[in-house]
Each structure stands twice: as C-alpha cells, then as structure tokens.
Design a protein around this ligand. Sequence first.
Ligand code: Z5A
Length: 213
Amino acid sequence: MDRFFTFEGIEGCGKTTQMRMAGDYLKSRGLMVTVTEEPGGSGFGRKIRDILLNKSSEDICAEAELLLFLSARAQHVKDVIKPALLREEIVLCDRFSDATLAYQGFGRGLNIETIHAMNAFATTALKPDKTFLFDLSPEMGLKRALSRISQRDHFLKEDRFEQEQIQFHERVREGYLSLAKMDPDRFIIIDASDGINAIQEQLRSLLLSFVNG
Ligand code: Z5A
C-alpha cells in the first residue's frame, strides 16, 4: 500500500489544483489525508518560502538557494511528513526532493550527485512511494502561472521563479522527464495539457489503485 505521494512539474502545470481536489476526494471517502507543500508546510518552512520566492531575493546565489530549500525540507519531513506517515495517513505533497534536482540541478546547473546526497541527508532518506509528474510546455505553464499571479495582491506576489528565461523552464522540464526515465516504477507522467476534470478523473483512479494496492 502506497501512502506518500508527491506532485511535480513546471510552474503552472496544474499540480496544486489537482492535488487539492484529490485530497478532498480521498477525505470524502473517509480516508485520513495530510495535504502539504514545499517550500512551506511548517511555520519555519513558510518563513523560508517568503525569502525564496520573493522577487527582492533575486541576488541569492544558487548554492544559498539550494541550502534554503533543503533546510525547509528537513524541518518539513520532521514536523509534518513523518508524523503523518506514522499516524498511517496518506500524504499528498506539492513538490519534494525531485523539485530540487529539477530546479537547482538541471535548471541552475548545480551538481546532480551532490543534490542527491544532500536530499538524502535532509530527508533522512525518505522517498515518495509515487510521484505524479504533470508534464506541460513552459509556454503554456507560464501563461497559466502568470495569469494567476496577476490576480494576486501586489505584496503577495511570489514571482521570482517566473522571472526566469524560458530556457530555464525548458531545462527544468527536461530534467523532470529524465528523472522519470531513471525511476519508472515511482514516476507517473500525466499530460497536463488536458482539461482539469479529465486529469482529476485519471488521478483519482490512480490514487485509489495505489492506496488499495
Ligand atoms: N522550488 C525549487 O526551485 N526547488 C525546490 O526544491 C522546491 C521548489 C521545493 C515554488 O513556487 C517554486 O519553488 C517553484 C519551484 C521552486 N517555482 N516556481 N514558480 P510555488 O509553490 O509558488 O509554485 P509552483 O509549485 O510552481 O506551483 P504553481 O505556480 O502554484 O503552479 P501549479 O501548482 O503547477 O498550478 P496550479 O496553481 O494548480 O494552476 C495554475 C493556474 O492554472 C490556476 O489558475 C489554475 O486554475 C489553472 N489551471 C490548472 N490546471 C489547469 C488545466 N488543466 N487547464 C487550464 N488551466 C488550468
């Protein structure tokens, strides 16, 4: 029986929408579910999120950025994810270790093997049972993400990553696809260009089969 599920993909791919809908659905079936996100998911993580995603942090170097994501993850695993798994709940997590490999590794060009080792240290080697990769072109993803951001209050804008060049997002997408190729038993690739309801139907049936499997 699988219980720890992560949701990954480039920005605007729709993973947050899908994860929340799936969480509500599983709860409506009487299952105990923790829905959480990275960076964030704990008080400490939210403080780091504010630093990392704000445009005013644009001069943070790639190494410092990596350490901040990992530091937030270490606390998140200890405070939120592991306790929920110990309570035998299902955990749905918006981004996890693969995001660091895709963004700081493939996107920023930091060493992939080093990130693997640092992820293992930060998570005490905790790995998701299954990872849903929502695959979408960066053009479409950024269009969705920017239209959502423009609707937010000016002071709540978290748009540092959306400011990156399209080539950065292409590298992230290709990075995710190569991670999926290396671990086909864990990754499930979902065509995120489909409609919200069609994707949700597919996701619900996959989740139920993994949870009951
Ligand atoms: N990051 C990192 O670099 N390293 C790490 O280790 C970690 C993270 C953990 C987190 O930002 C940023 O941190 C992220 C990577 C980096 N880079 N960025 N940006 P975030 O948490 O604020 O954002 P995000 O994770 O990228 O997700 P997002 O922008 O919230 O997008 P999403 O989750 O993919 O999509 P969504 O919010 O569900 O949908 C976006 C919009 O599209 C929304 O208006 C929806 O109504 C709409 N939507 C959703 N699905 C559809 C479909 N199917 N059709 C049409 N429209 C849709």
